[in-house]
Write a protein that binds this ligand. Sequence first.
Ligand code: SF4
Length: 183
Amino acid sequence: MERILVSACLLGRPVRYDGRPKLSNDAIIARWMEEGRVVSVCPEVAVGFPTPRPPAEIRGNQTKESAPSSQEVDCRELDGVSVLAGGASVVEQTGGEITDLFVRAAGDTVAIARRFGCRHAVLTDGSPSCGSTFIYDGSFSGNRVEGMGVTTAALREAGIEVWPETKLAELDELLQAGGGSPS
Ligand code: SF4
C-alpha cells in the first residue's frame, strides 16, 4: 500500500498559524486513512514553530521557472538544490525573517517522505510551506500569485509529486489505476 504524505491541517489537526485546522471532509482522504495510506505532516510545527504563530508569506518570486540558478544569485539551498528563488525570503507579518527555519522544515519533510516511501503528497495550497499552485505575494494583503511553498519546492526537487487538495480525485484515480504505486 503506497503511503501518501498529507498536510496535517487537512486531516483536522489544529496546526495552522491561527491555531485552526483546514479540515478536508473529502471522502477520499477518509478512505486513505482507513487504508493506512496517510502520513500526516506539518512542516512548520515539526520544525518547532508554535501554534498559533504570526502569519508568514514568501517575499520575492518563488516560481521555479523564474528562479535564477544558484550560480547567478545567492539562492537558498537544501543539499545543493535551490528551494527558494534568489532574493526571496520568508517573513512574518510581525517582521521576523524565518527563511532558514522554513528551509530546514522542508528538508525534514523530504526525509519523512523518503522514510515512508512516499512518491506523492497532498499539501494545503497557498501556504508558504505547502502551497503548490499559488502562494501569497508577501504583502499580507491577500494577493495570490502563482508559485509554491518552500517544502513543496524541496519535495518536487526530491522527485515527489505534490498535489493541491483540490486534485485529490485525480491522484486517487492514478493510485487506483496502479499508476502511483511501485508495490
Ligand atoms: Fe502545517 Fe502545511 Fe498546514 Fe501550514 S499548510 S499548517 S505548514 S501542514
